[in-house]
Design a protein around this ligand. Structure first.
Ligand code: NAI
Ligand code: MG
Length: 355
């Protein structure tokens, strides 16, 4: 029996609802498969925990987290804690501390889901987001607080090592896909240093991948291309901030923020990788039982794939597509189903597909 140690951090808001649904489906999958077991430990790190203890991650928490094979994360963010405190208190220390530099965000329109685009079925993208530096490096400061001369800086940091490794990762991914096409997205007309280095290093790495077709687009222009010519994109590589924005657009174009998954990978596997839906804690629907769990299921499939459980990952995606195709949709997709009903539809399919 293969045993994978999973740290589940549901954290805040609908994060707790979708991670519970995800764990339920993973349990059904493991029973069906019979070859692997998930040894899941629930970690209570959340904004509520922070308000009580003064920190999100307790002393020694990251050391403990290192002993897991993967992290299954919900969402962090509360109306009682400033967003920059919650993000830097929980998610970023893990992503940056564990050098999860490749943030992989697939987007496609699942069967039965309606894209707001008339040619939405053409969407089949993977956005590769640099996840360790750039605009979210945390470099900057504030001086003269509250005075008229108050000053704030937010400096983007780009390193040769950081840029080169994300380009190489994106090329490898593009090479593994049928279209073998990689689009470089930067803003190197207005930003002359870091962005120009991004462009130059892209073409340095490209020389090692003659089989991968490449092109480049400025970040503002690529938004129009995503909407008007979705078929012309395959894999996109962009900086931390740019890809963060583009992937929310990709999620909306493929039907809803509630279906979009992401993997924060440490490709060298020195540290555990972290898998999470891209959405946040969604204050407006928390506690209503209507959060779409599909993003979390898809995320769970990416986690299984990372753990080498490819056949279980495939069954899970089939179950997800069966549920979306049969119209079991939560309100964000225009339906009336609850989180529990979608979870049941997916679980039932997995059970019925018993080999
Ligand atoms: P959000 O993603 O929580 O919500 C945006 C909109 O999408 C809301 O209308 C929400 O109801 C809807 N939505 C999101 N996920 C859904 C799902 N699974 N099913 C149905 N509808 C869904 O983004 P927002 O409102 O900007 O942020 C809320 C909080 O979450 C903030 O504190 C923010 O900092 C945090 N956040 C955390 C993230 C993380 O932990 N990775 C990512 C994004 C936001
Ligand atoms: Mg985001």
């Amino acid at each position: 029996m293969r045993v994978h140690k999973i740290a589940a951090i549901p954290a805040d808001g609908i994060g707790t609802e979708v991670i519970a649904a995800g764990l339920e489906v993973l349990e059904v999958l493991s029973k069906r498969d019979g070859g692997f077991k998930l040894d899941v430990e629930l970690l209570p790190w959340s904004s509520e925990y922070y308000l009580k203890h003064g920190h999100y991650i307790p002393e020694g928490g990251l050391e403990k987290l290192k002993t897991f094979d993967a992290i299954f994360f919900g969402a962090v963010g509360s109306q009682d804690v400033p967003d920059h405190v919650s993000l830097w208190g929980l998610r970023l220390p893990i992503a940056q501390g564990f050098d999860q530099y490749a943030n992989v965000r697939p987007a496609r329109v699942l069967p039965g889901v309606k894209s707001p685009l008339k040619n939405g079925e053409d969407i089949d993208w993977v956005i590769v987001r640099e996840n360790s530096e750039g605009e979210y490096a945390g470099h900057g400061g504030r001086a003269h607080r509250g005075l008229p001369i108050e000053t704030a800086t937010e400096t983007a940091i780009f390193t040769r090592a950081g840029v080169e490794r994300i380009h190489r990762f994106a090329f490898e991914l593009a090479r593994s896909r049928p279209a073998k096409h990689l689009t470089l997205v930067t803003k190197s007309n207005a930003q002359r240093f870091g962005m120009v280095m991004w462009d130059e290093m892209f073409y340095e790495v490209a020389a090692e991948y003659p089989d991968v077709k490449t092109d480049r687009e400025l970040v503002d222009a690529v938004t129009t291309r995503m909407v008007l010519k979705p078929k012309t994109l395959d894999v996109v590589v962009a900086t931390n901030l740019h890809a963060d924005i583009l992937s929310d657009l990709a999620a909306a174009l493929s039907g809803s923020l509630g279906i979009a998954p992401t993997a924060n990978l440490n490709p060298e596997r020195i540290f555990p990788s972290m898998f999470e839906p891209i959405h946040g804690s969604a204050f407006d629907i928390t506690g209503k039982g209507i959060a779409n769990p599909i993003a979390t299921f898809w995320t769970a499939a990416m986690m299984l794939e990372h753990l080498g459980e490819t056949s279980a990952a495939r069954v899970l995606m089939q179950a997800v597509e069966h549920a979306t195709a049969s119209g079991v949709h939560t309100p964000d997709l225009g339906g009336e189903a609850t989180t529990a009903q979608v979870t049941k539809a997916v679980s039932d399919y997995i059970k019925a597909s018993q080999a």
